[in-house]
Design a protein around this ligand. Structure first.
Ligand code: NAP
Length: 283
């Protein structure tokens, strides 16, 4: 019985691979570039591209961790079910729970539900790893952070918490037909996040406060996709929504993570310690 992990070299997927392997499961890690991928002992590495469903290595695969790079991944679901996959765990988004995402992850969730396989949707909110792309270059360069509203709240989640729920849904029974919303721990301000990263790297960080438009331009310049960047800086963007559509957003801590894992979310301070190297200049 093999579990195929797609997006296996990614922020979440690499921890799903590791968690499954540590539990003794037979894991096949899929990547478009096996030569560049590094996985632990006992992990089978296979070439595959979610954009070419017919070539995905589904032989002997019973369960699938499905990364969603675009809504076109719907096509993969059909091929997987026909190939004998019995369970699919989708890396979806909390935006589905809140009704902001009806055209990206939602259609993939719906395709999985319609396919007849056992399914679990894992719906995380804001990844803490976003800070590596958005804040990393300037922190590494000169200890500054480009942000429009340092006192604005966010609720980042550790990627290992997301992976742990996915691993539970893949390995254990009792998660079929469930959609788990993973909010991350209690909200905190951008300043508090900066303080946690500063403490992790032993450096005092300062904010360069810019307009939302300037923040958008900066985030795009460091490689963030424009639509996601618009959403992150509060300029709307998710499916054309306007910033006002999110102004009544209420931060809560979803109980789903603790219900599945039996413990609270990792803190942002923990995440910052785990990623200190990402905010430290190369020597
Ligand atoms: N960032 C957030 O705040 C946030 C919040 C909620 C939900 N999400 C969702 O979470 C997912 C991102 O997860 P992540 O950060 O773990 O991903 P990631 O780090 O961006 O990595 C995904 C991996 O998937 C592979 N990949 C990318 N495009 C592919 C394609 N077209 N076909 C096959 N493989 C492809 C790449 O591996 P190879 O190059 O090795 O093939 C890449 O390493 C997205 O669906 C996103 O919408 C993100």
């Amino acid at each position: 019985m093999t579990i195929l992990v797609t997006g296996a070299t990614g922020n979440v997927g690499r921890h799903v691979v590791r968690g499954l392997a540590e539990a003794g499961a037979r894991v096949r890690a899929m990547t478009r570039d096996p030569a560049a991928a590094v996985f632990g002992e006992g992990v089978e590495v296979a070439r595959g591209d979610l954009g070419a469903p017919d070539d995905i290595p589904f032989d002997g695969v019973e369960k699938l961790f499905l990364f969603v790079p675009s809504p076109d991944v719907r096509d993969v679901v059909d091929v997987a079910a026909k190939a004998g996959v019995r369970r699919i765990v989708v890396l979806s988004s909390g935006a589905v729970t809140h009704g902001y995402d009806t055209t990206y992850h939602l259609p993939v969730e719906q395709a999985v539900e319609a396919s007849g396989v056992e399914w679990t949707h894992v719906r995380p909110g804001e990844f803490a790893t976003n800070k590596i792309d958005l804040w990393g270059p300037s922190i590494r360069a000169d200890g500054t952070i480009v942000h429009p509203e340092p006192d604005e709240y966010g609720q980042p989640i550790h990627e290992r918490d997301i992976a742990e729920v996915a691993v539970a849904a893949l390995l254990q029974d009792g998660h079929a037909g469930r959609a788990y919303t993973l909010t991350g721990p209690a909200q905190l301000t951008q300043r508090a996040m900066a303080a946690d990263i500063g403490a992790a790297i032993g450096r005092e960080l300062t904010f360069t406060t810019v307009s939302r438009q300037e923040a958008l331009e900066y985030y795009v310049s460091v490689g963030w996709p424009e639509e996601s960047a618009r959403y992150l800086v509060g300029l709307g963007g998710y499916e054309g929504a306007e910033a006002d559509d999110f102004s009544d957003y209420q931060f809560t801590v979803s109980p789903d993570f603790e219900a599945v894992t039996g413990r609270p979310y990792r803190t942002f301070a923990r995440w910052a310690l785990d990623h200190a190297a990402d905010f430290t200049p190369a020597s």
